[in-house]
Structure formats: structure tokens, C-alpha cells
Design a protein around this ligand. Structure first.
Ligand SMILES: [Zn+2]
Length: 61
């Protein structure tokens, strides 16, 4: 399951979520303010550029 990055246009928060590809844009809601004004960001991970790197691993913090 790919990791997607979303940005809430209501409060400006960004967050990441693991989602099925078919549900990437489904039922979006900001975890901070609950707004559904959320847009998906283009993430390298979703295109398959994530993982397999030798420098630093996934780097989630
Ligand atoms: Zn928000």
C-alpha cells in the first residue's frame, strides 16, 4: 500500500496516510480540523521511488 501525502487547504496542515491506490482520493478529511478541503500531494513514494535506497532508510519521523 503506498503512502500518500495530503495537504489541508483549510488549515494548511500536511499529513501522510497509507491508502489503497483506488481509495487515494476517497473520503478525505483533515485529521487536524476535520475539513474535507484536502488535496493530495505528489509523492515520490507513490510512484515507486521509495525504498531500496541505502541512505537513511525511510526517514519517517
Ligand atoms: Zn485542516
Amino acid at each position: 500500500m503506498p503512502m500518500y501525502e495530503y495537504r489541508c487547504t483549510a488549515c494548511g496542515e500536511t499529513y501522510e496516510q497509507l491508502r489503497r491506490m483506488s481509495e487515494a482520493d476517497k473520503d478525505l478529511a483533515c485529521p487536524h480540523c476535520g475539513s474535507q478541503q484536502v488535496e493530495r500531494q505528489i509523492s515520490a513514494c507513490s510512484i515507486g521511488g521509495c525504498g531500496g535506497g541505502s541512505a537513511g532508510g525511510a526517514g519517517f519521523s
